[in-house]
Write a protein that binds this ligand. Structure first.
Ligand code: MRU
Length: 320
């Protein structure tokens, strides 16, 4: 089942805010509703956001046909619906590049964006599983953070796609999924996807990750990215940096799996990226809070970046 797709004239997406309790598909025909779905995290994860951005522009092209000002505003609203994952604005801009061809042209481009993400997931799964076999040997036990499966990437996934591939090969040694406070993408979504796939796993609280690594409970950390900067800095769900520090301290590989559509050579390093602040309410309703949704993992903590086309060994001084 695809997380997001264009079906009979509308965007259909799994409402990820309801999982694992309820599997509900939302049908969206108005661009404002798609933007709301992006902002509420009904659709989320960098590759899926790229596809949502592209389909959002298709909705806008249909809704605002003949209204150039309204259309330009709607396209911009889609691009900036969330700031951190580069895929969203990229997907929207790609689709917007076909506005001259009308709604049909925009939709065709959006479908190409979707199909490219599906192909990228398949390619990354193989490259990542090969790399883990090389780095960790026989049956890698992995620790992962946030949700990087089909829910985040149409189908398949990035880091979790690698986990599925290891399982398919019969070489998966175990999975720890960190819960990913405050919205529990790990405890809700990764757990749900692993259950669906019949893969055994344990959920850990986020703060346990570095200690579990120190205690030798995983052979690698494998996770995704929302943006990979030109110098290799990795922007991903808050908590990633702590896991990278834990991995370095424990001497285990820290592997980032993300499609080329997440590599942003126009952004020199993590300091230049807007980190989404999702406000206090998600954390607590009774005191002030700071709630950055992502963090920056310095490139020198990253062993390798696996994309759909290449393995870049940052630990060996290779460049993106
Ligand atoms: O806030 P979210 O749930 O959209 O954040 C998602 C992540 O940080 C993922 O790790 C990242 O997008 C990679 S998904 C393949």
């Amino acid at each position: 089942m695809r997380t997001i797709d264009w079906v009979d004239g509308a965007v259909e997406l799994i409402d990820q805010t309801l999982l694992p309790g309820e599997l509900k598909v939302l049908r969206v025909t108005a661009v404002a509703d798609l933007i709301a779905a992006i902002q509420s995290l009904a659709v989320r994860g960098a590759p899926a956001l790229g596809v949502a951005g592209a389909f959002g522009v298709a909705l806008a092209a249909r809704e605002f046909a003949g209204d150039a000002v309204g259309l330009a505003r709607a396209v911009r609203d889609v691009e900036v619906a969330r700031p951190t994952a580069v895929n969203l604005a990229r997907g929207a801009r790609r689709a917007a590049g076909r506005l001259g061809d009308g709604f049909e042209g925009v939709l065709a481009e959006a479908c190409v964006v979707r199909d490219e993400e599906i192909a990228a997931s398949a390619a990354m799964a193989v490259l990542g599983a090969d790399l883990l076999a090389e780095l960790c040997g026989g049956r890698p036990r992995v620790l992962t953070h946030c949700n990087t499966g089909g829910l985040a990437a149409v189908v398949g996934g990035t880091a979790l796609g690698v986990v599925f591939e290891l399982q398919r090969r019969g070489t998966l040694g175990g999975v720890i999924a960190s819960e990913t406070r405050p919205l529990l993408q790990g405890a809700r979504l990764t757990a749900w996807e692993l259950e669906q796939a019949g893969i055994e796993f344990r959920v850990s609280v986020d703060s346990a990750g570095p200690f579990l690594l120190a205690r030798g409970e995983a052979d690698a950390v494998i996770l995704g990215a929302d943006r990979i900067c030109a110098n290799g800095d990795v922007i991903n769900k808050v908590g990633t940096y702590a896991h990278a520090l834990g991995a370095q301290r424990a001497g285990v590989p820290f592997v980032v799996v993300a499609p080329e559509s997440t590599v942003d050579m126009d952004t020199p390093d993590g300091g230049a990226v807007e980190i989404e602040d999702r406000g206090a309410a998600e954390v607590t309703s009774f005191s002030a809070a700071v709630n950055p949704a992502f963090d920056v993992t310095p490139h020198d903590l990253v062993t390798a970046i696996v994309t759909d086309r290449r393995v870049v060994r940052l630990d060996r001084g290779e460049k993106l």
